[in-house]
Design a protein around this ligand. Structure first.
Ligand code: HOZ
Length: 438
């Protein structure tokens, strides 16, 4: 029996009991559908605590975590500096509903790292950030239509719930009931990487398009990279037609380097949305852009947006501690080296098992698609064999490795994952993939 086989099927009696009780009082036993493991099967996890790169379930089983709270925990769980900052702030008060210097500090860290963001507004979730950015774009351009891309996910605001990635892709919800038809009609979907498709929409709709919203690296249909020239083409088309370009960096902000993915990819949006990492695991998100644009937001302008807990001091403290850690030399290089080793190992493991698959990746983000052809858009992502992904997920989980519980999400490597963790993951994947191919 190998080392990885020895850990097969850990006992999760207490977790099961908690989940069964949770199902009675929480919808589906969860507070976000992706946690319900519906597309991969098996029992949803109940987590008791996290430390570094590990989660520990309610039965005490350790899990090497590649979900990292859907990307928020780039520094791993319970990072000492982040924990200390939160604890100290908790002792001073958790919410005032009035401005603190902490908001200035986090805004300064963000605008210094991403100089084309002159002003930001903090909100509490990625959904709020993208929804507010679209409202601002509509308010400024006095136009109603938006273009988004199939398989991209920008949170759960009404405008974004058609042909969306993440949980909607996972559950196969193409159009969401409850979104008024009149509102849904204002969102035009185009395949990711299809610049000609965007051009066509602009030529048909001329001056009606307020904004194009895009993930600079799609990570909610699994990881899909932008083709060369795609983002630059969006930049040119939006400029030419007087629309705004909203770059949704809720996943990519501060992920690939200490700042924006836009800088790496050679594009600059009019508005940028961020979340996850900038809150260090506490609810923080933001949208920002030039002062000229952002000054249209209330109280300086008429585009209204507000929140009792926006800029919350606990959340700001966690964000500040996180961004200070991320500014230290070598962090991103280390994460990227481990992530590269993982991707290389997974490709070899897939080839060794004789499984035709694609491993899309950049920096700490990656997805294994069980598809023989390259995946460059949502149609390609949906060609992946999700039943095989589900078995792969379950067998890895049985061996203590927690991957995204859906084909249409990314795996995240954190600053805590070590070369030894990566070696163990690859060895486990080799074993699992061989068994899947058998
Ligand atoms: N925001 C994440 C996107 N992949 C999913 C988290 C959730 O829906 O709970």
């Amino acid at each position: 029996m190998s080392a990885t086989q020895a850990q097969v099927k850990p006992e999760r009696k207490r977790s099961r009991e908690i989940f069964e009780k949770a199902e009675k009082v929480l919808v589906g036993g969860v507070n976000s559908p992706v946690r319900a493991f519906r597309s991969v099967g098996g029992e949803p996890l109940i987590i008791e605590r996290g430390s570094g790169q590990y989660l520990y379930d309610a039965d005490g089983n350790p899990l090497l975590d590649y979900v990292c709270s859907w990307g928020a925990m780039l520094l791993g769980h319970a990072h000492p500096a982040v924990t200390k900052a939160i604890a100290e702030q908790a002792g001073r008060g958790t919410s005032f509903g009035v401005t603190t210097e902490l908001e200035l500090e986090l805004a300064t860290l963000i605008t210094k790292a991403i100089p084309f963001l002159e002003k930001v507004r903090f909100v509490s979730s990625g959904t709020e950030a993208t929804m507010s950015a679209v409202r601002l774009a509509r308010g400024v351009t006095k136009r109603d239509l938006i273009i988004k891309f199939e398989g991209c996910y920008h949170g759960h605001a009404d405008s974004f719930l058609s042909q969306a990635g993440s949980g909607l892709a996972t559950l196969g919800i193409a159009e969401c009931p409850g979104v008024p038809q009149a509102l849904a009609a204002l969102t035009i979907n185009v395949p990711y990487n299809d610049l000609a498709g965007v051009e066509k929409v602009f030529s048909e709709q001329k001056e009606k398009i307020a904004a194009v919203i895009v993930e600079p690296i799609a990570a909610n249909m699994g990881v899909v990279l932008p083709k060369e020239g795609f983002l630059q083409g969006l930049r040119e088309l939006t400029k030419k037609h007087g629309a705004l370009l909203i770059i949704d960096e809720v996943i990519t902000g501060f992920r690939l380097q200490n700042g924006s993915a836009q800088t790496l990819l050679g594009v600059q949006g009019d508005l940028t949305t961020m979340g996850k990492i900038i809150g260090g695991g506490v609810p923080v998100a933001a949208y920002g852009g030039s002062a000229e644009l952002m000054n249209n937001v209330a109280p300086l302008g008429p585009v209204y947006q507000a929140g009792t807990l926006a800029g919350n001091p606990l959340a700001m403290s966690a964000g500040i501690a996180t961004l200070k850690e991320l500014a230290k030399p070598g962090i991103y290089e280390n994460i990227a080296a481990n992530a590269k080793k993982l991707v290389h190992g997974l490709k070899n493991a897939l080839a060794g098992a004789g499984i035709a698959a694609q491993v899309n990746s950049i920096g700490s983000l990656s997805t294994v698609f069980f598809a023989p052809e390259p995946v460059a858009d949502y149609t390609g992502a949906k060609r992946s064999d999700t039943k095989v992904y589900a078995r792969y997920f379950r067998e890895m989980l049985n061996r203590g490795i927690f991957l995204a519980p859906s084909q249409f999400e990314a795996a995240f490597v954190s600053a805590n994952h070590t070369p030894a963790d990566i070696d163990r993951t690859i060895a486990t994947a080799q074993e699992v993939l061989k068994s899947l191919a058998a």
